[in-house]
Design a protein around this ligand. Sequence first.
Ligand code: ATP
Ligand code: MG
Length: 418
Amino acid sequence: MELTRLRGFRDLIGADARAMSLVEERARAIFERYSLKEIRIPVLERTQLYARSSGETSDVVEKQMYTFTDRDEGETVVALRPEGTPGVVRAYIEAGLDRTDPEQRLFYSGPMFRRERPQKGRYRQFYQFGVEVFGRPDAACDAELLIMIDELCRDLKIPFTMEINSIGDHKCRPAFREALVAWGRAHWDELDDDCHNRIDRNPLRLLDCKRDAKVTESAPKSLDFLCDECRTHFETVKELLSAASVEYVVNPRMVRGLDYYTRTAFEVMAGGLGAQSTVVAGGRYDGLVETMGGASIAGIGFAIGVDRMALALEAAGGAQPKKPAVVIVPLGKAMTPQANVVAQEFRSAGLDTELFSPERKLKALLGRASKIGSEFVVIVGEDENARGVVQLLDLKQSGQQAVTLQEAIESVRNSAKK
Ligand code: ATP
Ligand code: MG
């Protein structure tokens, strides 16, 4: 047995890990300013949860789940979560919130697992940062979430486009679905095997036909089938986005692969990612809570593909690995307690500080300081300590001087600000 990582699973090191954290940190900071609250849910759930919510015929449920039988008495069939929404909806219902406090604005973050063919931007363990808002059927909520996503993408400084569509609701979607089935039959020869299967099982997914984007140009558009309520809802979303100066494109061919979506669907595409360019995907799912056994409560949500967003961030040059602002060198073991105090003073001043080993030679430590990219070294020696000073080395300017600790902190801080 070789002890290597599994196909489609990644180790994230250095700038790659940093980019992931940056996406998650910025998403959290911005979403909390929109008054969203965190929810933490299990990684393992009953397989049945996903079959019930996502629909038996979705790709995720049909082919992509990591599922196994637990060794408990009931031999429960469990799955590693392939997405966050079903777990959040289950938790919401299980906590009784659909009855006691239905309006909830939630976000979650963590790994998801799908057994699909690995390629750039497509992994078997990937990370999502997701949002679910319950109890808000109004179009203003759709617009607010899109405004929030727009703010995050601009904050991260990645090139992006936002696409929106409306796929109707339980009243008007059946006619659209039928029209798609009829179109699929009429264009049988132009569709691949995957799509032949979709005609009966999941006709909306016909619009995702991967063989040739041109094929679907003649397909019916959901927008032509909307009932009055769905049309008004969609018009309001667009007006609110324009009023907020959010740029978007209406893509009448966008659908979502999961069955529970209604009305507004949206995706954000980032530049520089090749085929896997969708970094955010979501939409409204007004029937889901009820389908899962809860009260009839509207819902809307989306998930950021953190891995892809991080790739976009790195492509835009936005994720440099962190370097310490200063390293502290104790001259000999006896100076370690004092060096600890000095390091704490720098850290209290908000500066990233690394404390070096007291057991290595000064020359080797200075070499290491350059290697890890620190601009400053503070040497804590016995004589200096007795005089109430430290030696401050500026590695860029090759200067060294004895200064008070406060002066050293000021110098490092001024340089870090630049
Ligand atoms: P795709 O069409 O790319 O397979 P999807 O429709 O399966 O996407 P969703 O289930 O809507 O995707 O998930 C939301 C986002 O999560 C996607 O837009 C993408 O950014 C990310 N994502 C989904 N699957 C993967 C994966 N296997 N690896 C990395 N990111 C993923
Ligand atoms: Mg997929």
